[in-house]
Design a protein around this ligand. Structure first.
Ligand code: FE
Ligand code: FE
Ligand code: MG
Length: 170
């Protein structure tokens, strides 16, 4: 915890730490959403998409590393128990009880859209006031935007594949 580095921040540090802890909880839930979804998933293009989902899972963990580092720099206590993930997270965890690939991707897509909202808000809160957190938020935001785009394009490809198969049958 650096006193000077906290002093220079022009915003309420407790509020910021709370936001960062919420982001931390959401990253862990997003990690597990991807990680377990990739394993139970069935349906077209599963082999290719599974690898991508596992890569996204590791990227979510890297986001957690960035966020937890900043919480500690700010003198905060990161969430210490998984039981608190659900108390802090605004983005919901959706168990992949239906393992069909489109359903699993849709769950991941919703988590990404929620993450985009979260980092947009942290960037807005810190813009021009806490450059260190701002830089972390925009770095992660850019990766969440890539994730959303990836999932949207896989869903579109699956849709196309299904339409082609339907045409062949007619
Ligand atoms: Fe993330
Ligand atoms: Fe993501
Ligand atoms: Mg990707």
């Amino acid at each position: 915890m650096g006193r000077k580095s906290i002093e220079i921040i022009g915003i309420n540090v407790d509020e910021l730490i709370h936001q960062l802890n919420s982001a931390l909880a959401e990253e862990w839930l997003a990690f597990y959403q991807y990680w377990i979804g990739a394993r139970v998933m069935v349906g077209p293009m599963r082999g290719d998409i599974e690898k991508e989902l596992l890569l996204h899972a590791t990227q979510e963990l890297n986001h957690a590393v960035l966020v937890v580092g900043r919480i500690i720099q700010l003198g905060g206590t990161p969430i210490l128990t998984p039981a608190d993930w659900f108390k802090y997270a605004r983005c919901k965890y959706d168990a992949p009880t239906d393992p069909y690939i489109e359903r699993v991707l849709q769950q991941n897509l919703e988590a990404e859209r929620c993450a985009i909202q979260r980092y947009q808000e942290i960037a807005q809160l810190t813009n021009g006031k806490d450059f260190a957190t701002y830089q972390i938020a925009t770095t992660i935001l850019n990766e969440e935007i890539e994730h959303e785009e990836d999932i949207e394009s896989w869903l579109a490809d699956i849709q196309r594949l299904k339409e082609e198969v339907k045409q062949l049958r007619m």
